[in-house]
Ligand binder design. Structure first.
Ligand code: SP5
Ligand code: ZN
Length: 345
C-alpha cells in the first residue's frame, strides 16, 4: 500500500496546550507520533512511502473560508510584532465570540485569533501553516492515487484535521485533510466519509452538513461526556439538501469492542445504501483502551477488526490519519487497522 507522507510536519511543534482547568501542559500531538507509525510501517514491509505532488491552495480553499486560511498563513508573523518574549513562541487566543457576537470580523490579530479558533489546544507556531498545508497535500496525493488506480491508500497526515471546520482551527487541527480529500474526490463521484477517531468529527460535520454528494458519518465518545462537547449528537443529521446525509454514533464511556462493532455495522449499512464511488476514513487511534485522552476501550485486535469490517465494503478507500495519543502503541494500532486494506489480502 502506498503511504503519502511529508517530513514538513516536523516544522509544527506546538510547545503546549491549555487543558480544561487552565493548566498549560505539553501538547499531546507530537512529531514522535509519526516516528512510531513510520517505524511500524517499515517493520511491516508492505508499505511504500510516497511524497505527494503539490496541488496548490485551491483544494484547501474549496472547503475552508478564505479569510480563515489567510489568517492561518500570516498570524504567526503578525504575532511577532505584538507578543511579549514569553508569548512569542505561539499564538493562542483566550477570548472567543459568544453566540450573539457581531457579524463583523475583527480586524485586530487577537480578535481574528479568537474568531477563527475553537479551543486552547491549537496554538499557531512558526511552522504551523507549512505543516498543515503539507498535511493536506498528503491527503490529496492519496486521493489522487485512489481515484486513478482504485487502490486503497494511506495519508499519513500530521497535524490532524477533523476538528477544523470551514473557518476554525481547534483540537490540534488546522486544515481538514480528510475533508479536502473527500471534496476533491466528490468532483468525480459520490463520496462517503467515515470518521472513527474517538472524538466527534465536528469540523468535517460543519464542512459537509448541507452537501448531497458527500455522506459523512462519525462514531465517537458521546459529546455529553466528551470533547468537542457542542457537536456529535445523534439528532444532528444534516440540513437543507444534505438532510439525512450526516450521521453521528455517540458511544458511552467504557464502550468495548462489541459495542463499537455494533455501531460500526449500522454505519457501514448507511455507507452501502449511499452507493459511493470512494470512501474516505478519518482514522484516529485514540479509540484504543489505553489512550490518555480516550474513554472508550477498544483493544488492538478490535482495531484490526474495525479495519477488516470497513475494508469489507470493497470500496476504493483513502485512509487519513487523525488522532491517537498512546504514542508507544500508535504504530501497532495503526498497522493493525491498515492490515485488511492491503490489495493482496
Ligand atoms: C485530532 C484529535 O484527536 N484531537 C483531540 C483534541 C482533544 N482535546 C481535548 C482534550 C481534553 C482532555 N480531557 C482531560 C482528560 C485527561 N485525563
Ligand atoms: Zn481524537
Amino acid at each position: 500500500m502506498n503511504v503519502y507522507y511529508s517530513e514538513t510536519h516536523r516544522q509544527h511543534q506546538p510547545p503546549f496546550e491549555v487543558f480544561d482547568g487552565g493548566e498549560r501542559i505539553a501538547n499531546f500531538e507530537t512529531p514522535a507520533r509519526m516516528d512510531r507509525i513510520l517505524s511500524a510501517l517499515q517493520a511491516d514491509g508492505r508499505f511504500n512511502l510516497r511524497q505527494p505532488d503539490d496541488f496548490g491552495e485551491a483544494p484547501l480553499l474549496a472547503v475552508h473560508d478564505a479569510g480563515y486560511l489567510s489568517f492561518l498563513k500570516t498570524a504567526f508573523v503578525e504575532w511577532q510584532h505584538e507578543a511579549s518574549d514569553y508569548e512569542k513562541i505561539a499564538l493562542l487566543p483566550a477570548t472567543f465570540p459568544p453566540r450573539t457576537a457581531s457579524k463583523n470580523i475583527p480586524t485586530s490579530l487577537l480578535g481574528r485569533a479568537g474568531y477563527y479558533t475553537m479551543d486552547l489546544s491549537a496554538p499557531i507556531t512558526a511552522g504551523t501553516y507549512p505543516a498543515a498545508y503539507a498535511s493536506a497535500q498528503c491527503a490529496l496525493g492519496a486521493a489522487q492515487e485512489t481515484a486513478k488506480s482504485g487502490k486503497n491508500t494511506f495519508a499519513l497526515c500530521r497535524p490532524p484535521g477533523h476538528h477544523a471546520g470551514k473557518a476554525n482551527c481547534g483540537g490540534y487541527c488546522y486544515i481538514n485533510n480528510a475533508a479536502v480529500a473527500a471534496n476533491w474526490l466528490a468532483s468525480k463521484g459520490k463520496v462517503a466519509l467515515l470518521d472513527v477517531d474517538y472524538h466527534a468529527g465536528n469540523g468535517t460535520q460543519d464542512i459537509f452538513y448541507e452537501r448531497v454528494d458527500v455522506l459523512s458519518i462519525s462514531i465517537h465518545g458521546d459529546p455529553n461526556e466528551e470533547y468537542p462537547y457542542f457537536n456529535g449528537f445523534e439528532d444532528e443529521t444534516g440540513a437543507g439538501p444534505g438532510l439525512g446525509l450526516h450521521r453521528n454514533f455517540p458511544l458511552a464511556p467504557g464502550a468495548d469492542d462489541q459495542a463499537y462493532l455494533q455501531a460500526l455495522s449500522e454505519a457501514l449499512g448507511l455507507v452501502r445504501d449511499f452507493h459511493p464511488q470512494t470512501l474516505v476514513v478519518s482514522a484516529g487511534m485514540d479509540i484504543y483502551g489505553e489512550d490518555p485522552l480516550g474513554k472508550i476501550r477498544i483493544s488492538t485486535p478490535g482495531i484490526a477488526e474495525i479495519g477488516r469490517q470497513i475494508a469489507g465494503l470493497g470500496l476504493p478507500t483513502v485512509i487519513v490519519m487523525e488522532g491517537g495519543y498512546n504514542t508507544e502503541m500508535l504504530g501497532l494500532n495503526m498497522t493493525s487497522f491498515l492490515g485488511a486494506f492491503h490489495e493482496t489480502e
